[in-house]
Structure formats: structure tokens, C-alpha cells
Design a protein around this ligand. Structure first.
Ligand code: ADP
Length: 240
């Protein structure tokens, strides 16, 4: 583990040397994926999503994927050494001057490894109450081959249970099932929420919750509501 972190330091140092680094944080199901897509489109970030990287490893069936799968299906965090190694491989490919880290770091070990060599410029936290998270996650269904995602309450498929493009069946991710959602929230509270204080103390934490936009929230367009205030904030922050 120690040598893993040491190797990570060297890779991070090179990769992040000229990068402006933004973290997107928040509870599972809090909209990190949706908001990240908007940020990538508008600000041309190199996006590194720990969850996407792990799911790719699982799909391809790599040794990392085989090891990670059980943790992910039960809603617990994948061990730090595996995540750090995977993350290191990915950031060594960084080419953009702006990087958006999504779902990393999620533990104090990961945050410490990142902090050693990389200056985090902006940490965005998307906050959301737990009951809202459970409701949202359990309404999420996906088309596995393409990754297309539907939400029954605001982005439903044209035909219930079927992908709009292929007509193939939709499935629920194992980690979106209620018992796994509860486990993910517990893990979040125990391991990840404390990192907010870490970034707050560094003066780079910015919270967005969308509660200032009740009309939009009522229509369940919370991500749009948040983005109305997040976008100008990012424009100002990245301009400096
Ligand atoms: P969500 O934010 O909805 O939990 P993600 O796609 O970010 O979804 O993550 C899915 C799963 O992948 C997590 O429940 C966890 O098992 C694993 N995972 C993602 N990021 C990390 C990380 N940084 N460290 C450990 N495990 C992770």
C-alpha cells in the first residue's frame, strides 16, 4: 500500500503539474453524473469518474473488476489500493489543462494521496437529503449495453421497462437496489462526508443544493436548478 501511494505521488505530480483541478462530491445519487456532463460540455474538462472506471473494469472482467464487483454490488467502497492503482493509470493519460474528478477521493486515504501532490482548486459539493436520494436511486433504470439511463419520475422510457432506441429490457443496477442504497448511504456518511470538512478547511469547498429554485425543484429538474448557479460560479472561478 505504501509503495502504491508513493508511485501515485510521482504520477500525480507529473499529471497535475499544469492542471486546474475540480472535484465533484456529494452523496450517491446526488446528481454528480448529470452535473458532470454539463460541466464537461461547457468547460471542456478531462473527466475522471471513479465509478465509470470501476464499472468498465467489471464489464471487461479485468482482475481489478473481478475484485471490485462484490464490493460494488453490495454498495460498499472498493478497497483504497485497488482504486488508487486504477486512478493512477487513468490520470497518467491527462492531456487537458482542466480536470474534473468525479467520485474520487471518497476516503481519507484517497484524499491524503491526492493532497500530497495535487492542489485542489475547487471542490463542489452537491447536497441532498437521504430520503430524496433513496427515492431517486430506486427510480433509476439502465440499458446495460449502451449505458443509457432512465428515471421513472422525470425521464421515463417511452415504453415501461424498455430502452427507447433498441426496445431491449431495462435493468436496475445491483447497487441501486434498496438494501444496497442504504449501505451506500452509510458508507458515504462514515467515509466520505468527513472529507467535506477537509476541503472546507482548505477554503476550496463550495456547496450547491438547488433549494433556491423551488419551481424547478418541484418539477424534479434539480440538476438544471443547481446548474443555473453552478455555471456562472465555474465561469468566474476558471477565469482566474
Ligand atoms: P454513486 O455516486 O451513485 O455511488 P458511482 O458510480 O460513483 O455511484 O460509484 C459506484 C460504486 O463504485 C460505489 O458504490 C463504490 O462501490 C464504487 N466506488 C466509486 N468510487 C469509489 C472510490 N473513490 N473509492 C471506492 N469505491 C468507489
Amino acid at each position: 500500500m505504501a509503495s502504491q501511494i508513493c508511485k501515485l505521488d510521482q504520477v500525480l505530480r507529473r499529471a497535475f503539474a499544469r492542471c486546474k483541478t475540480t472535484l465533484i462530491m456529494g452523496p450517491p445519487g446526488g446528481g454528480k453524473g448529470t452535473i458532470s456532463k454539463k460541466l464537461i460540455k461547457d468547460f471542456h474538462f478531462h473527466h475522471v469518474s471513479a465509478g465509470d472506471l470501476l464499472r468498465h473494469q467489471v464489464r471487461v472482467g479485468t482482475p481489478h473488476g473481478i475484485q471490485a464487483r462484490t464490493y460494488m454490488e453490495s454498495g460498499t467502497l472498493v478497497p483504497d489500493d485497488l482504486v488508487l492503482e486504477m486512478f493512477m493509470n487513468e490520470v497518467s493519460k491527462l492531456t487537458s489543462s482542466r480536470v474534473l474528478l468525479d467520485g474520487f477521493p471518497r476516503t481519507s486515504v484517497q484524499a491524503t494521496a491526492l493532497d500530497k501532490e495535487c492542489h485542489v482548486d475547487i471542490a463542489i459539493n452537491l447536497s441532498l437529503p437521504n430520503e430524496e436520494i433513496v427515492r431517486r436511486i430506486s427510480s433509476r433504470w439502465i440499458h446495460s449495453p449502451s449505458g443509457r439511463t432512465y428515471a421513472y419520475d422525470y425521464n421515463p422510457p417511452k415504453v415501461e421497462g424498455q430502452d427507447d432506441v433498441t426496445g431491449e429490457p431495462l435493468v436496475q443496477r445491483d447497487d441501486d437496489k434498496p438494501e444496497a442504497v442504504r449501505a451506500r448511504l452509510q458508507e458515504y456518511d462514515k467515509q466520505t462526508r468527513p472529507l467535506l470538512d477537509f476541503y472546507k478547511a482548505k477554503g476550496c469547498l463550495h456547496e450547491f443544493d438547488g433549494t433556491g429554485f423551488p419551481d424547478l425543484v418541484a418539477k424534479d429538474r434539480r440538476s438544471d436548478a443547481i446548474y443555473l448557479s453552478l455555471k456562472p460560479f465555474m465561469e468566474a472561478s476558471l477565469a482566474t
